[in-house]
Design a protein around this ligand. Structure first.
Ligand code: UD1
Ligand code: CA
Length: 486
């Protein structure tokens, strides 16, 4: 079915979400790497609407800032008082009118607290709406527990007559299991008119957009409710229990997608992935893995058990276990872990190894190079075919500035080395166990520095690091010592 480009999608996000019991506005709560509002906007964007308007109110500054970050093309309308969903839509229509936009054609309405919504469901709704020529088409669903939702009321012949909110419903109406999902396709011109005719004569004393159905029907316009294929998708999130349920359901959907595309997920119950994650064919995800943000796992890679990877690229056939990685690049056939920590800017070339209790930050580990045990590599460039001995520290920080260390191709550094940056080890050089590398090591040389006596250079910090907290503390100690002497 072909559908038109909707004139607008209006998304309501002004409510406080009292039942969340949170400082954060409800629609900004996150599941699978996106705010709930972000998920609704992603589904809306699939309709390619002419404009998207988000109605903001409670926590308006936070929501507006969030929109700037994640959906800069989206417009906003302000609802100062949260006087109901109908009032919120009226604010959106008024804001558009103030911009000179007169709505005609199809307008889609959705709520910001339904994060499982898919674009396909919205386009099916628009298609049903347009082919029937309705004034409004409500997406409804049959749910196991309708409590709290607005009920879809039909007459004896099965024709849709109105939506009655739970609080306003009779016992008989409450028994109805077909509910209002909160997603609608409207005729834009009729919507613009009907939002000015909603009463507040109901249990909450609010303007309900749901009353538009009975009003438009009363005017003689066709209205209908289209039953969603999958009720799970329309679930609203009003509290943290429902937030967890929605996260679980969305996670299952995302895992199903990567499994259908050829990845193995050994234990879906303990694997969590974000909406934007990509996983290649024949990749294997072991139990207890979280893949977050823009993480990409290459073909045939093996991740887990136990890994938290955020905004990280894992190359084809790489293996990563019991590892935390943020903004790292792991090359093809590289191995990481168990118990490694890759921080932003860690880049492992093909076949590199970062082993157990190793932390890497803002450093490259060249092709086939190994950092196998108990080591901190910060701000370094390690060439190819290098072996870094166990228990080494790249001393990148002099208390004020960070400096880099360079290790040449095929160098072999001994255990328990300290590289005091800025410093370099040349191609093919060796260093002995326990070496403190303070001076550049020429290519092919052996550096040893074991056995030095400790030497204290008095007053160095105050002379060389003036104005730092360390220099201030040294000064205080000097003064205290001086006073006691005097
Ligand atoms: C609403 C529907 C109900 C439907 C259910 C589906 C109405 C009157 N009721 O009930 O029929 O079954 O959703 O999940 O529409 N909002 C505003 N401004 C307001 C009030 C709400 O922007 O003044 C926003 C909220 O931020 C939220 C959305 O509208 O994103 C829905 O509000 P909520 O209070 O959650 O409505 P429900 O009681 O769930
Ligand atoms: Ca709701």
């Amino acid at each position: 079915m072909s559908v038109s480009r909707p004139a607008a999608v209006i998304v309501l996000a002004a409510g406080e979400g009292t039942r969340m019991k949170s400082k954060l506005p409800k629609v900004l709560h996150e599941i699978c790497g996106r705010s709930m509002l972000g998920h609704v906007l992603a589904a809306s964007a699939e309709l390619d609407p002419e404009r998207v308007v988000v109605v903001v109110g409670h926590g308006r500054d936070q929501v507006t800032q969030h929109l700037k970050d994640v959906a800069p093309g989206v417009g906003t309308a302000v609802q100062d008082r949260q006087n109901g969903t109908g009032h919120a839509v009226r604010m959106a229509v008024d804001a558009l009118r103030a911009e000179g936009v007169t709505l005609s054609g199809t307008v889609v309405l959705a709520y910001g607290d339904t994060p499982l919504l898919r674009g396909e469901t919205l386009s099916d709704l628009v298609a049903a709406h347009e082919s029937a020529g309705n004034a409004v088409t409500v997406l409804s669903a049959k749910v196991p527990d309708p409590a709290g939702y607005g009920r879809v009321v039909r007459d004896a012949g099965g024709a849709f007559t109105e939506i009655v909110e739970h609080a306003d419903a009779t016992e008989e109406q409450r028994a109805v299991d077909e509910i209002n999902s909160g997603m609608y396709a409207f005729d834009g011109a009729l919507l613009s008119d009907v939002v000015n005719r909603l009463s507040t004569d109901n249990a909450k004393g609010e303007e309900y957009i749901t009353d538009a159905v009975a009003i438009l029907r009363g005017d003689g316009h066709p209205v209908d409710a289209a039953v969603a294929r999958d009720w799970v998708e329309i679930q609203g999130v009003n509290d943290r229990v429902q937030l967890a349920e929605a996260r679980r359901l969305l996670n299952d959907r995302l895992l199903t997608r990567i499994m259908r595309a050829g990845a193995t997920v050994v234990d879906p119950a303990t694997t969590w992935i974000d909406a934007e994650v990509e996983v290649g064919r024949d990749a294997v995800i072991e139990p207890q893995v979280q893949l977050q943000g823009a993480t990409v796992v290459g073909e045939g890679a093996h991740v887990g058990p136990g890994a938290l990877l955020r905004d990280t690229r894992v190359g084809a056939e790489a293996a990563v276990s019991h590892t935390v990685a943020h903004e790292a690049i792991i090359g093809a056939e590289a191995t990481v872990g168990p118990y490694a920590y890759l921080r932003p800017g860690a880049t492992l070339d093909r076949g590199a190894k970062v082993g157990t209790y190793v932390e890497v930050k803002n450093a490259t580990v060249g092709e086939g190079s190994k950092v196998p045990h108990l080591t901190y590599v910060g701000d370094a460039d390690i060439g190819r075919g290098v072996n870094i001995g166990a228990s080494s520290v790249f001393v990148n920080y002099d208390g004020v500035n960070k400096h880099r260390t360079t290790i040449g191709d095929h160098a072999r550094t001994g255990s328990d080395n300290t590289f005091v940056a800025p410093v370099g080890v040349g191609d093919g050089a060796y260093t002995g166990a326990g070496t403190v590398v303070r001076e550049d090591v020429p290519p092919g040389a052996l550096a040893v520095s074991a056995g030095h006596q400790q030497r204290n250079i008095d007053g160095w910090v105050r002379r060389k690091r003036p104005g730092t907290p360390a220099a201030d503390a040294a000064q205080r100690a000097d003064e205290a010592g001086g006073a006691s002497e005097g």
